[in-house]
Ligand binder design. Structure first.
Ligand code: BJ8
Length: 382
């Protein structure tokens, strides 16, 4: 990625990364590099990295294979789950095709049951994720991480050393720090970039297989954005925090509605944003398995019960990013985020006195007009 390019071109390059890395993935496969596919940010990506494998995100973010998935799965299921299953079934996504092993976690009910079905035609390994962040949960996830390391060793016939794991922890922490610096730029007032530009980078970086190089590119991009900061560009816009389920291809629909109506997304609390990047793994903890378990278990997803970390994170983000309004978008049939929205709304409106809007959506564009109208009215009253 050449940073002599103009900023819009660099953002587009990140956005095209998913597609552009197909060929890259093919070349790596030809060289015998194993691929491990994953769906969720609870996935301890340090372990495949430690053995020299490529980790790739399979969380399907478009609806094109949903009709195929609905032949096997109920229709009233979250679109992310149906799309993930559909891409695995049809092999339409090369990353599914290249993945030697697919790893899921017992997050929400729909997802874990879907992994069972996917296991009938793909090599699926499911990590048991505790639903509670208490001591038992932490101990259990540590054991699960050790078991997953043994699974990788057994499945690929390799040995993963402690040193390799520590190195991978460090490499990923460095990337987390760089990403935090990057999205942290939006604390500036007015912010230096649009929400879609920020999203392109956060999403695209997941498909960069050379993690160290990607980290360097993010750092350079951050410097370039600072150097070219134009305070007039987003001046006077309402500062929006987006939260809720990971909404895949619907991000564009929602962010465009926000930014076409006088707002700008300054912060993504959801997965892909602060929820999955905010915390580092403690490199000083000699029990690095426990350090990993603690860091991952702390991810404040609504699958955890209770989930106080989400309120704590929101509280901090609302202040740091000087948020004017919160938009919560939940995927249809995503029960955990849907139910938890009650607490989020209460906290945002009653404790922080910040306006909040909730909406449900799916992967289609049929509600784009309605989303635009509701968001337009919301921003107008801010
Ligand atoms: S850590 S947010 S990536 S589980 S949207 S499939 S919860 S019904 S995706 Fe997620 Fe991991 Fe949590 Fe993040 Fe179920 Fe809801 Fe669908 Fe979801």
């Amino acid at each position: 990625m050449e940073l002599v390019k103009e900023l819009p071109e660099i953002f587009d390059e990140f956005s095209d990364q998913r597609k552009n890395s197909f060929i890259n993935a093919y070349e790596l496969k030809q060289k015998g590099i194993p691929f491990v596919g994953s769906f969720c940010t609870y996935f301890p990506k340090e372990l495949p990295m430690a053995m020299g494998a490529c980790g790739v995100g399979l969380c399907s973010s478009t609806g094109e294979t949903i009709p195929e998935a609905e032949k096997d799965l109920p229709r009233n299921l979250c679109p992310l789950i149906k799309a993930s299953y559909g891409f695995a079934k049809t092999d339409k996504c090369p990353y599914f095709y290249f993945s030697d092993l697919i790893v899921g976690e017992t997050t929400c009910d729909g997802k874990k049951k879907m992994y069972e079905m996917m296991g009938e035609f793909k090599n699926v390994y499911t990590m048991e994720l505790p639903n509670s962040q208490n001591e038992n949960g932490r101990k259990m996830y540590r054991e699960e991480i050790v078991k997953f390391k043994e699974k990788l060793e057994d499945f690929f016939g390799v040995t993963i050393t402690d040193e390799q794991i520590k190195e991978a922890i460090h490499t990923n922490n460095e990337q987390r720090k760089a990403l935090k610096e990057f999205y942290g730029l939006q604390r500036m007032d007015p912010p230096p970039m649009g929400g879609m530009e920020m999203h392109k980078v956060l999403d695209g970086v997941k498909f960069r297989f050379d993690t160290k190089k990607a980290t360097e590119d993010i750092k350079a991009l951050t410097e370039k954005i600072k150097a070219e900061y134009d305070p007039e560009k987003y001046k006077g816009r309402k500062r929006i925090l987006l939260t809720g389920s990971p909404i895949g291809c619907s991000t564009e629909k929602v962010v465009n509605a926000i930014e076409a109506n006088g707002g700008v997304v300054v912060c993504y609390e959801n997965c892909g944003g602060a929820r999955s990047v905010d915390e580092l793994i403690d490199e000083q903890n000699p029990d690095f398995y426990q350090a990993m378990a603690d860091r991952y278990i702390n991810i404040p997803c609504s699958c955890m019960t209770p989930n106080p970390g989400r309120i704590e994170l929101m509280d901090r983000l609302l202040t740091e990013y000087k948020v004017d309004g919160v938009v919560e978008v939940v995927l249809q049939a995503c029960h955990t985020f849907n139910v938890e929205s009650y607490k989020i709304k209460k906290f945002v409106t009653e404790e922080r006195h910040i306006p909040y809007i909730f909406m449900e959506t799916d992967y289609s564009s049929t509600d784009a007009g309605q989303v635009n109208t509701r968001i337009g009215a919301f921003i107008e009253m801010l």
